[in-house]
Design a protein around this ligand. Structure first.
Ligand SMILES: [Zn+2]
Ligand SMILES: [Zn+2]
Length: 243
């Protein structure tokens, strides 16, 4: 039977250098439950080291493993996966392009935490750097690993694909486009008419606990799972998404 699942597929943790330090995986999960979300994806910049503790803390919430990848063109794309293994393989590829640093300011803003909110260590890579992967290559790698890719915040004037490239090349096989919480469906329809053939979602892109729940997409599907999300994005069998 189909039902509606309130879903936010773009949330950061304290491992993202731009996110609040109290965005621990356990706190993200509890805030998402308080906001009535059924499904979230945890998506830090170019890393996946805080995903497993979020999955372990999930208690009643479905947590999709993910990453917000920065391509060579400085385009942000979400990579979402059914489980941890392919995500860790993507992280290996991404880490080859990200140098380590001894800059204390960066180190202390990139906190790896366990499911009990204890600091495990600090990530010493420059996570905000661009990787060497172009957008098309990145989408190919994500699909090859069994994941889906979403063009992030296409309405933002930085790090969205339209901002960086000026348009969305037809050759790019995105599974969905994300409209940020700032713009909303109505304005986005006027701004991005040529891209109406894609499935659109909205997300909070939360970097602060208070931001969790400020935007969500309603997925109509059979159960809260990655496979059903894929089918809903494709509009299969009466499934669908709306915001
Ligand atoms: Zn972004
Ligand atoms: Zn983000």
């Amino acid at each position: 039977m189909l039902r509606v699942y309130r879903t936010d597929l773009h949330i950061h943790t304290c491992l993202s250098p731009c996110a609040e330090l109290d965005m621990t995986p356990a706190r993200v999960v509890s805030a998402a439950l308080e906001e009535g979300l059924d499904i979230i994806a945890v998506t830090d910049h170019n890393t996946a080291e805080n995903i497993q503790p979020a999955v372990e803390a999930a208690a009643g919430l479905t947590v999709i493993p993910g990453m917000e990848l920065t391509t060579a063109e400085e385009v942000h794309i979400l990579a979402l996966f059914p489980d941890m293994d392919p995500l860790m393989r993507l992280q290996e590829i991404v880490y080859k392009d990200l140098p380590s640093t001894d800059d204390e300011r960066i180190l202390h803003e990139q906190v790896v935490v366990n499911e009990r909110d204890e600091v495990v260590r600090f990530n010493d890579r420059v996570l905000m750097d661009a990787t060497g992967m172009g957008v098309e290559e990145a989408i190919g790698i994500i699909h090859g690993l069994g994941g889906i890719s979403v063009a992030c915040h296409i309405d933002r004037d930085a790090f969205g694909i339209v901002a960086q490239l000026g348009f969305i090349p037809e050759s790019l096989d995105f599974d969905a486009l994300e409209i940020s919480f700032r713009t909303g469906r109505e304005r986005a329809s006027k701004m991005f008419g040529p891209y109406s053939g894609y499935t659109w979602i909205t997300s909070s892109d939360a970097h602060h606990v208070a931001d969790i729940g400020r935007a969500a997409t309603e997925f109509t599907m059979r159960e809260a799972s990655f496979d059903e999300i894929v089918l809903a994005l494709a509009g299969e069998g009466g499934r669908g998404v709306r915001f």
